[in-house]
Design a protein around this ligand. Structure first.
Ligand SMILES: Cc1ncc(COP(=O)(O)O)c(C=O)c1O
Length: 290
């Protein structure tokens, strides 16, 4: 029983939705991805809060209270055979009997969740960093909403895969936005820089945690626009996401990141942030119990 669809728990292979579902026809829906460690969902409050703002952003009423969400999530996590999981939640505006863009009346939303084994970066990726490329950000003007309209992100990710890279880093009007499925941090002269959380980027849960950890440990940091020249001359770069955690970037468009002996290698600030992240994650997830 690794899936939940509209009130029922079931094996994922048995989950079915209508072809008239508005998620399928219009990408009219939102989603969340929550990492689960030792059966403990990490930062679940923050994920439920972001899901609420995505729902508000597309004017879709939340079908469940936070307590009801927690109960569904808890049951799904408990039923899985694996302890470390990636939990996926999707809510769409449901399936009408006809195809009409305007919001349907009296149609129940589609609520779908499934859990899968957590896929984390490999030890090699952690140790050596990953290759990335850049591209122009071709997405819409509400990238702060976590909607299932992911075609631009899919195309960006495929560009990276075609180039043998792990992620595509996007630029809009000469400024860094984010990765196709990650936020991007820049280190310059010992200062951690992050682009502001506006409508051009997803407000990453890991992004927030990294800034919290920087503040807690007194690491110099600034939230401000980062231009292309700063991105390309960074001392260190890393990406964050719920499943990638804090992952060093070794190369950008084939050029090594950083300078001197550290060029193309994960730097000390990235290493420190990753260590703070792991310590926090382990403390929180172990403390919460299974
Ligand atoms: C476009 C985009 N930006 C940033 C992130 C990172 O967000 P989080 O840290 O909440 O996983 C994701 C996650 O998948 C994403 O798709």
């Amino acid at each position: 029983m690794t899936a939940y669809l509209n009130g029922q728990f079931m094996p994922l292979s048995e989950a079915r939705i209508s072809p008239l579902d508005r998620g399928f026809l219009y990408a009219d829906g939102v989603y969340e991805v929550i990492p689960v460690y030792s059966r403990c969902p990490f930062r679940i409050d923050e994920h439920l809060r972001r899901m609420q703002s995505s729902l508000d952003g597309i004017r879709l009423p939340n079908p469940h209270s936070d307590d009801a969400w927690r109960a569904i999530i808890r049951r799904l996590i408990a039923a899985a055979e694996f302890a470390d999981q990636t939990l996926y939640i999707q809510i769409t505006r449901g399936a009408d009997l006809r195809r009409d863009p305007t919001f349907p009346k009296g149609v129940a939303p589609t609520v779908f969740l499934f859990t899968a084994p957590l896929v984390r970066p490999t030890p090699e990726q952690r140790q050596s960093g990953v290759a990335t490329i850049t591209a122009q950000d071709i997405r819409w003007a509400r990238c702060d909403l976590k909607t299932v309209a992911l075609l631009p992100n899919v195309l960006m990710r495929q560009l990276a895969a075609d180039a043998g890279c792990v992620e595509t880093i996007m630029l809009r009007d000469g400024f860094l936005t984010e990765g196709s499925a990650s936020n991007v941090f820049v280190v310059k002269d010992g200062i951690i820089l992050a682009p502001p959380k506006d409508q051009r980027i997803l407000p990453g849960i890991t992004y927030d945690l990294v800034l919290e950890l920087a503040a807690r440990h007194g690491a110099p940091h600034a939230v401000r626009p980062v231009n292309e020249a700063e991105l390309r001359s960074a001392d260190e770069l890393w990406i964050t996401s719920s499943t990638k955690e804090v992952l060093p970037i070794a190369t950008l468009d084939g050029q090594p990141v950083g300078h001197g002996a550290l060029a193309g290698k994960p730097g000390p600030v990235t290493g420190q942030m990753h260590a703070w992240y792991c310590a926090f994650r382990d403390q929180v997830t172990r403390g919460a119990g299974a």
